[in-house]
Write a protein that binds this ligand. Structure first.
Ligand code: KG4
Ligand code: ZN
Length: 338
């Protein structure tokens, strides 16, 4: 079965073709970074319009890449939520319309389930059950994953998501959008240990996160300083260390609480090098293993949506022809796949 995947939940248009026997055949991505950069963040209406412009040309490109015809496609998966409502509606309308025209089933995929399953596209995929750390611009979640749709939330952010904290702190430090990668790059040049920010919510039990106070701590420190590159890099370094260490502490707890050895890390912040290195150490310490998607599939992409949609479509799940999106959609409400 050949599945077309479409991702349009935020500021990247992603499309991909996934096939049961041969795996991922082709994928393409258009990032809207340049479009939003002048505004310092994503402008939802501009995002929607750009998805309208880019989705079909990208689809033509991957059909060419994979050397397949639309008539070869047996199902369509698109991101149904969570995300920006207008952006989601573009992908849902295109996905549903193509499926209707081609007379094939379609399914709306949960964006975070896409992230969660992205490591399955790699050569040595994780087996169930595992603990997943999902850290993106909109979510920070620790989840026990027993099967597709068998998700138990172990912890989540009570305020800002990890990526959001990176982005907001970067903006306050005067770094360009998108802030997360820019802050991480600057942190490389920072002196470790010059500042020490709190590790929020690590002094009480549980796996919930809070990052908004950390952002404030970083900004307060920065406001006291001369605005030099060195000072900025040192603050960035301390902020990154604090987020990473907090995430590592919570992952350790989640592994301890579940007794599981496998840890999956996904979502945009999963591209952070320091986080990856520290979680590798954690896995070694516990005699377990950590699984990541390749770097380009940590951030938003169509491949993860094609894959997640394929898993559900081959299990017989489909939906009616109505175009519906879910800007908010709790992960633990998804139906289970045996
Ligand atoms: O998963 P994603 O592409 O989009 C959402 O679903 O939100 O994640 C984007 C988030 C942004 O907040 C971005 O700043 C962050 O991931 N991010 C990073 C890095 N690369 C992307 N944060 C820290 N370090 C990075 N290297
Ligand atoms: Zn995402």
């Amino acid at each position: 079965m050949l599945i077309l995947g479409i991702e349009t939940s935020c500021d990247e248009t992603g499309v991909a073709l996934y096939e049961s026997e041969r795996g991922l055949l082709a994928h393409a991505l258009h990032s809207q970074v340049k479009l939003h950069a002048g505004y310092g963040g994503v402008v939802p209406e501009l995002a929607s319009r750009d998805h309208v412009r880019k989705t079909l040309p990208l689809l033509r490109e991957i059909l060419r890449q994979a050397d397949v015809e639309p008539s070869d496609i047996g199902g369509v998966a698109y991101t149904r939520g969570p995300g920006l409502i207008g952006a989601l509606l573009v992908g849902a309308a295109i996905g549903r319309s193509l499926a209707w025209a081609w007379n094939v089933p379609a399914i709306g995929v949960h964006h975070m389930e896409g992230h969660l399953l992205a490591p399955m596209l790699e050569a040595e995929p994780p087996e169930f059950p595992f603990v997943a750390l999902l850290v993106s611009g909109g979510h920070s979640l620790l989840v026990r994953v027993d099967r597709i749709g068998g998700y138990q939330i172990l912890g989540e952010s009570v305020d800002d998501a990890a990526g959001e904290a990176f982005d907001k702190t970067a903006k306050l430090l005067g770094l360009p959008y998108p802030g997360g990668p820019a802050l991480a790059k600057l942190a490389e040049e920072g002196t470790p240990g010059r500042f020490k920010f709190p590790r929020p919510m690590t002094d009480r039990p549980g796996c919930d996160f809070s990052f908004s106070g950390l952002k404030t701590a970083a900004i307060n420190a920065w406001r006291e300083l001369e605005p030099t590159l060195e000072n900025r890099a040192d603050v960035a370094r301390a902020f990154e260390e604090a987020v990473v260490e907090t995430l590592v502490i919570k992952c350790r707890r989640a592994l301890q609480a579940t007794g599981l050895k496998r840890l999956v890390v996904a979502g945009g912040v999963g591209a952070n090098r320091r986080l990856r290195a520290r979680l590798l150490e954690l896995a070694k310490e516990r005699g377990g293993r950590v699984y990541y998607p390749r770097l380009e599939f940590c951030t938003d992409n169509g491949a993860m949506i094609a894959y997640a949609g394929w898993r559900r479509l081959v299990a017989g799940q489909t939906e009616g022809a109505a175009i519906e999106v879910m800007p908010r959609w709790p992960l633990d409400q998804l139906p289970s796949v045996a």
